[in-house]
Write a protein that binds this ligand. Structure first.
Ligand code: F6R
Length: 610
């Protein structure tokens, strides 16, 4: 969702901004723009559509080399996708880019209209722009004007601002929207996330809400609303630029699926001591664990699907009841929360507004919070009482793959940890499981990836379907939810995931001749029942692809049209091997249809609005 990059320094700002925008593309956008200039009113070039369109416009504008600029990728919220609504926006005294939502824009606009302001776009951003302009005219001081303006703004924002009559500076400020800053010998940078800065530095600052960032060629300063200098701690990011590039793969998604085995190994081994899960998080210390009444899990989309797996494992292994709720709904009803409860939130980006707000809801009620997050120092990581990082490295494709698998792996480790403390499993039993997670499961996933021809053929079969069903039982059913989401979001095939036994209670009426059904049957205990469910849909004309293990394929006669087998080395975690097969299925279906696999329509990687 909206990306910001700003630079002031020695080099050609235009090159740095365009490279930065491309690195931020994955966040999702529908238009882009730049404001470039070292003095006076900057030149603004912006356009609906891909960054390549902006590049063409820039090339034909033949601008001189500038050393200062701000740039933006917009993901439309207020106002349609158009050149006019694209950022930067400008007034007579400043130009600005914005990520977030100005909730009181209507109120602000009315006030500003009464002061003679007019508005040319449909965006909420223009209200903030004109408010800063208004305060600047009154106060004649950019810093005071920004602080005064943001004190009147409700909502979330990250702004980067150039004042026409303030040479050699860029101002920036954030509240609840991500924005990082960095200073190198080339100059000063701001960006929405670290991927845009990796070519220049791995040392970054994450200013708190409402801290003003003042960028100049030779320094980056931070000030609070009293004008006092503040000093955010510099963070070193251990991601590298290559990780954020395709590295010979046709798409980031395929590259990221191929990284799953190593991501799982790295994540699991980071939290093991002598083969036993070990966490620094205070909420997972023995005394606190014994005191936990109930666990709440909240997340969105794919992370929510990982949460389903977590619920199953924690309840099964540790016998602690788990309430799971999609984050956008969590605060829509009155939750029964107790101070003895533990709230776990899951997020790849660590910036998802819905997840942040469910986290805040739990914190406000005195519940201990634990975040499982992939992006170091992100808002969710900083807001929660405790954080456990997944070690998936940067995930660029909008469709989440490796982050899901490592989230499930961490939840499995937490379940084992809780089970051992609650004496439901011995240390040796736990070790058997961690060997599966750290070694056997990643090897099984490696085989799925290297022997994926069968999955490709199945993808060719389904890629022209309009509707499709995923069915499974137990953990296979949770994985189906994720397989279905993956297929929907990148191949645009409507699909539904159903617990196989539930289908006959209504939805089976949608099964007709030729409808593809993917039946996931990786669990021996439920295999016979799955075969009955497959018979039910086949007898109504469904074309069934069974996804099962090599072993079950030998011991059971699956009535089906196609069978995909995976290795069961991962033991009780084999559902995660099946999940990778489903991710590949969705990938190949989308690639076969020639769609934009990494940047599916309407979607954003980091969903920073509620
Ligand atoms: C689907 C997908 C989304 C995200 C969701 C939460 O492939 O990527 O459903 O999982 O928007 O995002 P994070 O994990 O960043 O909180």
């Amino acid at each position: 969702m909206c990306g910001i990059i700003g630079f002031i320094g020695e080099d050609n700002a235009s090159d740095i901004l365009i490279k930065g925008l491309k690195a931020l593309e994955y966040r999702g956008y529908d238009s882009s723009g730049v404001a470039l200039g070292d003095d006076g009113k900057p030149k603004i070039i912006k356009s609906a559509g891909r960054i390549s369109v902006l590049e063409e416009k820039l090339a034909s504008a033949s601008l001189p080399v500038f050393h200062r600029g701000i740039a933006h990728t917009r993901w439309a919220t207020h106002g349609g996708v158009s050149d006019l609504n694209s950022h930067p926006h400008s007034s007579d005294s400043l130009s600005l880019v914005h990520n977030g939502i100005i909730e009181n824009y209507y109120e602000l606009e009315s006030m500003l209209r009464s002061e003679g302001y007019t508005f040319s776009s449909e965006t909420d951003t223009e209200a903030a722009l004109m408010l800063i302009d208004y305060e600047y005219r009154r106060l004649h001081d950019p810093e005071k004007a920004i602080f005064k303006a943001i004190s009147g703004i409700r909502g979330s924002f990250a702004f980067a601002i150039i004042f026409n009559d303030v040479k050699e500076k860029i101002y920036a400020v954030r509240r609840q929207s991500p924005l990082i800053a960095a200073h190198t010998n080339k100059g000063s940078f701001i960006a929405s996330d670290v991927t845009a800065l990796l070519p220049y530095t791995k040392d970054i600052y994450r200013p708190e809400d409402d801290v003003l960032i003042i960028l100049s060629k030779d320094k980056t300063e931070f000030k609070n609303k009293n004008g006092d200098a503040v000093y955010p701690i510099s963070e070193h990011v251990d991601w590298n630029e290559e990780e954020a590039q395709k590295g010979g793969f046709p798409h980031f998604m395929l590259k990221e699926i191929s990284e799953i085995p190593d991501s799982v190994r790295k994540t699991v081994s980071s939290y093991l001591a002598d083969g036993i899960p070990y966490f620094d998080a205070a909420s997972l210390k023995e005394d606190n664990v014994l005191n936990i009444g109930r666990i709440h899990v909240s997340a969105c989309g794919t992370a929510m699907h990982a949460g389903l797996i977590g619920k199953r494992l924690i309840e099964e292994l540790a016998h602690i009841p788990v309430n799971i709720e999609t984050a956008s709904e969590f605060r829509c009803r009155s939750q029964i929360l107790d101070k003895r409860d533990l709230m776990i939130v899951l997020s790849q980006s660590g910036e998802t507004a819905d997840t942040l707000s469910s986290l805040a809801y739990a914190k406000e009620r005195g519940v201990n919070t634990l975040a499982i997050v992939n992006v170091f120092g992100s808002s969710i990581a900083r807001s929660a009482d405790d954080v456990i990082y997944t070690k998936a490295g940067p995930e660029i494709a909008v469709a989440s793959t490796k982050a899901y698998t490592v989230q499930c792996a961490v939840l499995a480790l937490i379940a084992l940890h809780l089970a051992r403390i609650k004496k439901r499993m011995t240390a040796d039993e736990v070790r058997t499981h961690t060997i599966l997670l750290s070694s056997s499961l990643p090897s099984a996933i490696e085989k799925v990836i290297s022997e994926s021809d069968g999955i490709k053929d199945a993808a060719n079969d389904i890629c022209n379907a309009e509707h499709l069903f995923f069915i499974g039982r137990g953990s296979d059913s949770d994985v189906c939810a994720e397989g279905s989401l993956k297929l929907k979001e990148i191949s645009y095939i409507h699909s539904e995931a159903y617990p196989a036994g539930e289908l006959k209670h209504g939805t089976i009426s949608l099964i007709s001749d030729g409808i593809p059904v993917i039946a996931c049957a990786c669990n021996e205990d439920t295999c016979d029942k799955m075969i009955s469910s497959i018979r039910e849909v086949r007898s109504r004309g469904a074309r069934v692809t069974v996804l099962t293990t090599n072993k079950l394929a030998k011991s059971h006669a699956f009535p089906c049209d196609r069978i995909i087998t995976v290795d069961d080395e991962g033991g009780p975690y084999t559902f995660l091997t099946a999940a990778s097969a489903m991710q590949l299925l969705a990938y190949h279906a989308s690639a076969k249809k020639g769609l934009d696999v990494d940047k599916p329509r309407n979607l954003a990687k980091s969903v920073t609005v509620e």
